[in-house]
Design a protein around this ligand. Structure first.
Ligand code: ADP
Length: 467
């Protein structure tokens, strides 16, 4: 028989768990919960077999027996998951009427007008009739009555589900498009849906391609919130989020959950030291030594080794997509392009300077194309955040790299590390090492650097105490 201890999960602080049963009469110091409640592990150094946890709804904290919990499950990647299951696309008025039968006050759907392509229509069942409200697009916003304006359809439906406004009835029940599943429902069932009222919004800390990133506090935990206001983009980001629910690793930015409010808000752990490029640029050689650079390289490599083990391809690995935590740990973020299905081509703008030749030419993305990008990232790390291929245009980079050109070693870069970059940039993907091999080699480099404290190590890089 396998000893029970071996089966025992060890959870890090921040892990989201679900209660397997009720615990209504807690002893002093213990936390009360009911079956299905969501709890966050806050302290792992408590008595054996116990964790300190916070109840996600009440905010109370106390000890919990770990065998009474299971980890929150991941969402399945499912293309039918929709943030707008009530959106039926291009259908005619009579078709919409047909779909809203049998009549029921507040049953609704949104369609795209056939007569006026690009215009939306909100169709609502009320008093046995279906009323069609034309949605007007004005000044980048949507409106029905020119009084209430909305960022997007999600925002509009959220409003009229709570307020009647100037329409006949509040929206009570979405008529779901056949073949779609409500993302809101699935997120809520699995515990990934967070509550906007528990979020304290702070300063803006970054500007993403699709919206701002701000810092905040969610039930006592410092978080980063990425907002996506455009509904179509939000839908695309749902994929990013679903992939992230599966991933738990110390070197990957952890997803805490999502909030659906006027669009999509992706809530992750806060990485107080920002992205790695800025981190390196603003500090430079005088502050950061080679051992620390190797530490970042190793952190990213371990995160990528984990993705590799999950057969996931990142596709946009670069120092700008690596974030640094308060305690100086580098974590890979931005899984926007991560795909399980590598055949899907989606005309995304590719980061030319980081993308492997076969991926640029034939869209052949693989772990080995991530390894190429990792080589570029290593170059960025050891050049303290310089832009790769300095002074070369994108066209030039594409042509010259294809012809065999490779970047020179950054100034004062250990030759062992430059050798690693070079093998990451082998033309033939098969000849590039896997991330687990790269990690072993990097560990060797760290070893060389910290063998004898105070001594100069190879290539003029000094040891751990002095590097
Ligand atoms: P996009 O992928 O849309 O460009 P990012 O996710 O890269 O957006 O975020 C943009 C910037 O916001 C980052 O470069 C970083 O400075 C900041 N940022 C993003 N996520 C976090 C986080 N979890 N903690 C701290 N800062 C973050």
């Amino acid at each position: 028989m396998i000893p029970l201890l071996l089966l025992q999960m060890s959870w890090a602080a921040g892990t989201q768990c679900v209660a397997k049963g009720d615990h209504r009469k807690p002893k002093p110091g213990e936390l009360a919960y009911q079956k299905g409640d969501f709890l966050t592990i806050v302290d792992t150094s408590t008595k054996k077999g116990y964790y300190k946890a916070r109840h996600n709804t009440t905010g109370e904290e106390g000890l919990v027996n770990s065998t009474k919990l299971r980890e929150r499950e991941a969402l399945r990647v499912d293309p039918s998951l929709s943030l707008m299951p009530w959106f039926h696309g291009k259908i005619s008025g009579p078709e919409a009427v047909g779909k809203l039968q049998p009549a029921e006050d507040g049953l609704f759907l949104v369609r795209e007008s056939i007569r006026h392509p690009g215009d939306y229509v909100l169709c609502v069942s009320f008093s046995g009739e279906v009323i069609h409200y034309r949605v007007i697009y004005q000044d980048n916003k949507l409106t029905i009555d020119k009084t209430q304006y909305f960022y997007n359809l999600i925002d509009m439906i959220e409003f009229y589900s709570k307020h009647k406004g100037s329409i006949a009835t509040t929206l009570l029940k979405p008529k779901q498009k056949q073949g779609t599943k409500s993302a809101e429902l699935e997120l809520s069932k699995t515990g990934w849906l967070l509550d906007i009222t528990k979020l304290k919004q702070g300063e803006t800390i970054g500007e993403g391609e699709f919206g701002a990133v701000y810092e905040g506090e969610y039930m006592g935990q410092r978080v980063a919130v990425k907002t996506i206001k455009c509904d179509v983009t939000a839908q695309a980001f749902l994929q990013e989020t679903t992939v992230m629910t599966k991933l738990q690793h110390k070197n990957l930015v952890r997803l805490l959950g999502v909030i659906l409010h006027k669009g999509l808000h992706i809530v992750t752990e806060l990485m107080t030291k920002g992205n790695l490029v800025n981190f390196l640029r603003t500090r430079g050689r005088s502050v950061i030594n080679s051992v620390q650079l190797l530490g970042f390289a190793l952190d990213v490599c371990e995160g990528m080794e984990y993705l590799e083990s999950k057969k996931l391809v990142h596709r946009d690995l670069a120092a700008r997509n690596v974030l640094v935590s308060d305690d100086g740990v580098a974590k890979v973020s931005d899984f926007g392009l991560t795909k399980l299905d590598l055949k899907v081509s989606d005309n995304v703008k590719l980061p030319i300077k980081w993308t492997a030749p076969e991926a640029l030419k034939k869209e052949k993305f693989s772990t080995k194309s991530d390894v190429w990008s990792y080589g570029v990232l290593l170059w960025e790390i050891f050049s303290y955040g310089r832009q790769p291929y300095p002074k070369m245009s994108l066209k030039e980079v594409k042509e010259r790299v294809e012809g065999g050109y490779r970047m020179e070693a950054p100034e004062e870069c250990p030759s062992g590390v430059y050798a690693l970059m070079k093998i990451c940039w082998e033309q033939e993907p098969r000849r590039r090492p896997a991330f687990h091999k790269l990690r072993e080699k990097l560990e060797g480099e760290v070893g060389k650097c910290s063998l004898s404290p105070g001594a100069e190590c190879r290539d003029g890089i000094r040891s751990a105490s002095g590097c």
